[in-house]
Design a protein around this ligand. Sequence first.
Ligand SMILES: Cc1cc2nc3c(=O)[nH]c(=O)nc-3n(C[C@H](O)[C@H](O)[C@H](O)COP(=O)(O)O)c2cc1C
Length: 286
Amino acid sequence: MTISSHTFCVAPMMDWTDRHCRLFHRGLTRHALLYTEMVTAEAILHGKRAQLLGFDPAEHPVALQLGGSDPAKLASAARIGADFGYGEINLNVGCPSDRVQEGRFGACLMAEPELVADCVAAMRAATSVPVSVKCRIGIDDQDAEADFQRFIETVASTGCTTFIVHARKAWLNGLSPKENREIPRLDYGRVYRLKTARPDLTIVLNGGIMDLDQCAEHLRHVDGVMLGRGAYHEPYILADVDRRFFGAADPAVTRRVALERMFLHIERQIANGGRLNNITRHVLGL
Ligand SMILES: Cc1cc2nc3c(=O)[nH]c(=O)nc-3n(C[C@H](O)[C@H](O)[C@H](O)COP(=O)(O)O)c2cc1C
């Protein structure tokens, strides 16, 4: 296993991986790469930017996930995100919710590799920070291995080298987003084969990973792992990540210290009118 910036990542999760959650996770692991919730390009261009994008530099390394399918808007949003200090900009090609499909982004873009390539090319041209893509292994009836390969080849031809793959297809009609994270079968083999076919790409595996032993097994086949629900519900597994996967020598932080690391942040947020439970809701799994 080679250590890379993507060896261990915490997934983008709407309403969950906000700045408070990320700071809490950072108190448990110095090296895991953290992702924001998805923010649409449209919101960044027209909404309250400081509120949408503001974060604590202590969260680094942290990547911003964007949603959208308009290359020019995504390029502008990527530039703004990079100016805010995010170290990577990620495009969401995996989210299956109806709201997202109406806006023609998320998982439905798996059916339009050329459009995704145009988006990624525009984002790459607009900023010097790396641009990555988070996708599925297929959607609806476009779920053959050849469809997936064509998607990756087309997007990789823009120069994008990092792909995070949620190893199950998405059913856009009939399944809720929650069901789409549980019902379609996981197919890790397809992601492993992608890495074998394209050893030059950085391939991060996501979906259904619950503990660090499972991570270690996947890391024999791919460059990185990304945990969503497993890390959110059981955050203390993050305390072993630095020693296990990044060669750190210091002992794992205790639960008490991880909580104490949040105190200053909590005091500052409350002083600025923030609510305690917006922060503490993320630590309940501790
Ligand atoms: C509450 C919740 C919100 C999510 N929001 C996003 C999102 O904003 N962007 C995204 O790409 N995926 C999102 N996902 C999907 C996760 O990033 C991840 O791909 C999925 O949960 C599978 O990984 P897991 O089995 O480790 O949880 C979300 C998942 C959950 C549970």
